[in-house]
Design a protein around this ligand. Structure first.
Ligand code: NAP
Ligand code: MG
Length: 455
C-alpha cells in the first residue's frame, strides 16, 4: 500500500490533499504518546481540565467556517449541514467541559466504615470513526473521553481525515498538552486493527458498519477491552392516517436523503397507513422533486454527492433488483459521485432494499393496516437505532414509542441526535450510548473504596 494517501473531493473527483499514510508503527507511537500523557492529564485538577475544554470549544468556534468548508468539500456534504455539524462539535466540548467537576460518586451505608464510589478514567482510548459525519462523530467520543481524564488515539476514516488532523492542531493551540489527543491516518484493516489488539489501549469507541463492529468486538475480547459500538441502521418512519400528512411527507425526504442518505439514522423505511397512502405520496413526490441536489459549497444545496465511486456502485445495485421506482429527484451530470434521490413504492418487507442498510438516497415506502402491524413491520429488522412516529393521537404515539426496539425515537419530528441526550442503538445497531450525561459511563471505570472507621 502506498505511503501517500490521496484525499478526494466527492463533488469533483479531484484530489483535495495528499497526506502521509500511517502504518502499524505510527499507531504504536501514538499509543506510546497517549500513555505518556495520561498520568498528568488524569491528575490535572478538575477545574483546570474544564477550562482547557472550554478553551478548545472557543478555538473550534473561532475556526467554524474553515472546518465547515473542509468537511463540506471532503465529505461532499451541504455547507449548511457542515456548519451545523461544526457548531455541534463546539457545543459537545462545551457540554463536556462541565463534566470534570461533576463526575459524582455515591456513598453507600455499610458496617464498620464508609464505602463510596469514584469514577476513574479507563486509560488510553482508541477512537475509530467513519466518513459520514467525520468530526461530529469524533467529537461525541472525544468530549466525554477527555473530560473523564482519558487520553486518546483517533483513527478517522481514510476517506475523510482532514478535519481530524486540523482538530489535533487546534487542541494543542488551545492548550491541551501534547500527547493527549493523537490522530493517526491509515487504513482500518491495519491501523484500526492494531488499535483493537494493542494491549496498551483500554477501550475502543467505534462508529461504522455492523460488519466491522462485529470484528472489533471479537478482537477486543482478546484483551477484554471495553467497547462501545455505534453501527448501522434501517430506521422506520411510521406515518398514521390521523397525522398531519403534509408535515410528515414534507419532512420525510431530508430524514432519509440528508447527507445523501449516508446517515445511520436515515429513516429509510417509510411505513404509511394504507388509507393515507395516496395523499402522503402526493406530498412526498412534490417534496422530493423540490430537493436541491448539487454543489456542496452552494448555500442553497440540501444534498451533495455520495462519498465515493464504490459507494455509488453499491447504492446503484439496489435499483438492479425488481423494484418499483415511484419517482426520483434530480442530480447533476458530469464529474462527482452523484445519485438522484429515489423512492421505491410499494416495497415489500422481504425486499433487499427494505432489509439492508443502503447508506444512500433510496427510500422504501411500505403500507400497513393498523397499529399492531406497524409495530411488527417497524421491528422486523436486525437494526434498532432510530425512528419516527407521526400521529395526532398522543396515547398511540407513546404506546408505539414504547413498543419499538430502537434507541432513539421522535414523535411528529425526525430529530435523532442532540448533545444533551443519549444516542445509540438496540439490537445489531450496537451497544453503549454517546452524548448526554450517560456517555461518561462509557469512558470511566467505577471504583468502590471502603474505609474502615472502627478502632
Ligand atoms: P466502516 O467500513 O465500518 O469503517 C468505519 C471505520 O472503521 C473507518 O475508520 C475504517 O477505516 C475502520 N475500519 C475498517 N475496517 C476495520 C478493521 N478491520 N478494524 C478496525 N477498524 C476498521 O464503515 P464506513 O464505511 O466508514 O461507514 C459506513 C457505515 O457506518 C454504515 O454501515 C453506517 O450505518 C455506519 N455508521 C453508523 C453510525 C452510528 O452512529 N451508529 C454513524 C455513522 C455510520 P478505513 O475506512 O479508513 O479503512
Ligand atoms: Mg468501509
Amino acid at each position: 500500500m502506498s505511503s501517500t494517501l490521496s484525499v478526494l473531493e466527492p463533488a469533483t473527483e479531484e484530489v483535495l490533499a495528499e497526506i502521509p499514510r500511517a502504518g502499524v508503527e505510527q499507531v504504536d507511537e501514538a499509543v506510546a504518546a497517549a500513555t505518556a500523557a495520561l498520568p498528568a492529564w488524569r491528575a490535572l485538577d478538575p477545574g483546570a481540565r474544564a477550562r482547557l475544554l472550554h478553551a478548545l470549544a472557543d478555538n473550534l468556534a473561532a475556526h467554524t467556517e474553515e472546518l465547515a468548508v473542509t468537511e463540506a468539500r471532503n465529505a461532499g456534504k451541504a455547507i449548511a449541514d457542515a456548519r451545523g455539524e461544526m457548531q455541534m462539535v463546539r457545543d459537545t466540548f462545551r457540554y463536556y467541559a462541565g463534566a470534570p467537576e461533576r463526575l459524582l460518586g455515591d456513598t453507600i451505608p455499610v458496617a464498620g466504615g464508609q464505602a463510596f464510589t469514584v469514577r476513574e478514567p479507563v486509560g488510553v482510548v482508541g477512537l475509530i470513526t467513519p466518513w459520514n459525519f467525520p468530526l461530529a462523530i469524533a467529537a461525541w467520543k472525544l468530549g466525554p473521553a477527555l473530560a473523564a481524564g482519558n487520553t486518546v488515539v483517533l483513527k478517522p476514516a481514510e476517506l475523510t481525515p482532514l478535519t481530524a488532523l486540523r482538530f489535533a492542531e487546534l487542541a494543542v493551540e488551545a492548550g491541551l498538552p501534547e500527547g493527549v489527543v493523537n490522530v493517526v491516518v491509515g487504513p482500518g484493516s491495519t491501523c484500526g486493527a492494531r488499535l483493537v489488539e494493542h494491549p496498551g489501549v483500554a477501550k475502543i469507541a467505534f462508529t461504522g458498519s455492523t460488519e466491522v463492529g462485529r470484528s472489533i468486538a471479537a478482537g477486543a475480547a482478546q484483551t477484554i477491552k471495553r467497547v462501545t459500538l455505534e453501527l448501522g441502521g434501517k430506521s422506520a418512519n411510521v406515518v398514521f392516517a390521523d397525522a398531519d400528512l403534509e408535515a410528515a411527507a414534507t419532512a420525510a425526504p431530508l430524514a432519509v436523503f440528508g447527507n445523501a442518505g449516508q446517515d445511520c439514522c436515515a429513516r429509510s423505511r417509510i411505513l404509511v397507513q394504507a388509507e393515507a397512502m395516496d395523499e402522503f405520496m402526493g406530498h412526498l413526490e412534490s417534496a422530493v422533486r423540490a430537493l436541491r441536489v448539487g454543489d456542496p459549497l452552494d448555500e442553497d444545496t440540501q444534498m451533495g454527492p455520495l462519498i465515493s465511486a464504490g459507494q455509488r456502485e453499491t447504492v446503484a445495485s439496489f435499483l438492479e433488483d425488481d423494484v418499483n421506482v415511484a419517482f426520483r429527484g434530480s442530480a447533476p451530470e458530469g464529474p462527482g459521485f452523484w445519485f438522484a434521490p429515489t423512492v421505491l413504492c410499494p416495497a415489500a418487507p422481504g425486499d433487499r432494499a427494505v432489509r439492508e442498510e443502503i447508506f444512500g438516497p433510496i427510500a422504501t415506502v411500505i403500507p400497513f393496516r393498523d397499529e399492531a402491524e406497524a409495530i411488527v413491520l417497524a421491528n422486523d429488522t436486525i437494526y434498532g437505532l432510530s425512528g419516527s412516529i407521526w400521529t395526532r393521537d398522543g396515547a398511540r404515539a407513546l404506546r408505539v414509542a414504547r413498543a419499538l426496539q430502537t434507541g432513539v425515537l421522535s414523535i411528529n419530528s425526525n430529530s435523532s441526535v442532540r448533545v444533551t441526550t443519549p444516542f445509540g442503538g438496540f439490537k445489531q445497531s450496537g451497544y453503549g450510548r454517546e452524548l448526554g450525561p450517560h456517555a461518561l459511563d462509557a469512558y470511566t471505570e467505577l471504583k468502590t473504596i471502603y474505609y474502615a472507621t472502627e478502632e
